[in-house]
Design a protein around this ligand. Structure first.
Ligand SMILES: [Fe+2]
Length: 249
């Protein structure tokens, strides 16, 4: 469908439907995330000040992020090519859309909108360990962005952490990945008793392709937030070894 894709957030242009969409999505997700969301995410939601009653104002959110971890949001019209995306992350800038789906699209949208980009991705950027991990991810992506095979492997790490990651808290799986946080279907699927949830092991993830057009069939759990940095260090070593010996895959 034709969309207006602003290149800056002009807050006064949001309509009453936009506010109603944000509220409906926010309330529906919090109903699930109060129980299933990582405590890191729920605390971070308070840090950035997101609430059902108002669409986040990037100028205010950016002040809070700056003070917490130095991250900033920049507005983009839609998906950003991988190399440009990593270059932004390496400067602690997260590209986000500022348009919202319509009421008619509440349950399904083909591409990420502001609810996914902002509700899903932004809060945890106020947490120092997560913020540093995302920054390091950008640097690693920049280092290898001319190597198609390594970019594919990095995208698997991205997919099973930043988008669809689970974290074990008090013996239970909890949600921290943006693709789950912003989707009721993924939230319920990831938490269902018969869903496959496996410990996050880097070699397994590098060997696990993903699909973007279906609910996930398997989710991977980290044990603590600092593990994200350890994962990236392990990936960096594997990639350097691969570059030297061409033994990996
Ligand atoms: Fe995303």
């Amino acid at each position: 469908m034709e969309r207006n894709r602003p290149l800056s957030q002009q807050y006064e242009l949001y309509t009453s439907e936009d506010f109603a969409v944000w509220r409906a999505l926010f309330e529906r997700q919090m109903h699930l995330l109060n129980q299933y969301g990582s405590h890191y995410y729920k605390a971070a939601l308070n840090t950035v000040g997101f609430e059902a009653a108002s669409i986040p104002d990037f100028s205010i959110v950016n002040k809070k992020l700056k003070a917490a971890t130095g991250w900033q949001i920049t507005v983009v019209p839609g998906l950003v090519p991988a190399a440009a995306f990593f270059a932004l992350l390496a400067r602690r800038i997260f590209p986000a859309t500022c348009w919202l789906r319509t009421m008619a699209e509440l349950d399904y949208i083909e591409e990420p909108d502001m609810f996914h980009d902002v509700f899903g991705h932004i809060p945890l950027l106020s947490h120092p360990a997560y913020a540093d991990f995302m920054h390091a991810f950008g640097q690693l992506g920049l280092r290898w962005n001319d190597d198609e095979r390594k970019m594919e492997l990095l995208s698997r790490i991205y997919w099973y952490t930043i988008e669809f990651g689970l974290i074990r808290e008090d013996g239970q799986p909890k949600i921290y990945g943006a693709g789950i946080l912003s989707s009721p279907g993924e939230s319920l699927r990831s938490m269902a008793p018969d869903t496959k949830r496996s410990p996050f092991q880097v070699p397994d993830i590098l060997d696990t392709p993903f699909r973007t057009d279906v609910l996930q069939e398997e989710y991977f759990e980290i044990m603590h937030l600092d593990q994200l940095t350890e994962i990236l260090e392990e990936v960096a070593v594997i990639m350097r070894q691969d570059a030297k010996h061409s033994v990996f895959l």
